[in-house]
Design a protein around this ligand. Structure first.
Ligand code: 13P
Length: 242
């Protein structure tokens, strides 16, 4: 049985006040929730609100060295991160992260004992061309080439649904989640049943219930709505009702 998981991705937003609001409502959120604030807040969040489960939004593929501005997975772990988002479409598109780099980051996270949340998703053009399945499979093949499947979360985030207010329909989302689960089954049938697959892309209280009802959707990766603790709480409630 998979435990539901809801992850808040604050992106370049939020502060310790927002973390405090989450900390105060923590017990009423889903049983398994993680928040990914900007990395600079991780240590303070852990120190001030030790009961929060934390994640980072990115990590370096390197462990140490002359890589100005980078943060290693070990550093993020020591600052309190249990999870790290890897291969988010904003990193792929805006920071030119390749599948090969994504794979190295997944490995770096696992070596540091941090659970990678591998993000995959197709663009609007790719979906209009009917290429969504092949794009997702290629991202999985490349991103997880060296991965330990026993310590992994995967998030399906169609690029056209991120921050646009447009959500994949429950059927569209389930179809891709089933595809991902099927791909995992070919690698390891028993582990495939236990890996949490999250949906992300304009999840709101109004659409969370029907998305989370789907068989292979185990929770969400929430952007905009995770900046409002009441909206986030309503989304968590929907996953608890699953
Ligand atoms: P929105 O929920 O704002 O669409 O963002 C989704 C996302 O990118 C989470 O990682």
């Amino acid at each position: 049985m998979r435990q539901p998981l809801v992850i808040a991705n604050w992106k370049l937003n939020g502060d310790l006040e927002l973390a405090k609001a989450f900390a105060e409502r923590w017990s009423s959120l889903a049983s398994k929730v993680a928040i990914c604030p900007p990395a600079v807040f991780l240590s303070d969040c852990k120190r001030l609100f030790p009961h929060l489960v934390l994640g980072a939004q990115n990590c370096s593929a390197e462990q140490s060295g002359a890589f100005t501005g980078e943060l290693s997975a070990d550093m993020l772990a020591s600052a309190g991160a249990d999870y790290v988002l890897i291969g988010h479409s904003e990193r792929r598109a805006l920071f030119h992260e390749s599948d090969a780099l994504v794979a190295r980051k997944v490995e770096a996270a696992q070596n540091a004992g941090v659970i990678p949340v591998l993000c995959v998703g197709e663009t609007l053009e790719q979906r209009q061309a009917g290429a969504e399945a092949s794009v997702i499979i290629a991202q999985l093949e490349a991103g997880l080439a060296q991965a330990d499947l026993s310590r992994l979360v995967i998030a399906y985030e169609p690029v056209w649904a991120i921050g646009t207010g447009e959500t994949a329909s429950p059927d569209q989302a389930q179809e891709i989640h089933a595809l991902i689960r099927g791909w995992l089954k070919q690698r390891n049938a028993s582990l495939a049943e236990s890996i949490q697959l999250l949906y992300g892309g304009s999840v709101k209280p109004a659409n969370a219930g029907e998305l989370f009802e789907q068989q292979d959707i185990d929770g969400g990766l929430i952007g905009g709505a995770s900046l409002d603790v009441e909206q986030f709480e309503a989304i968590c409630k929907a996953v608890q009702d699953k």
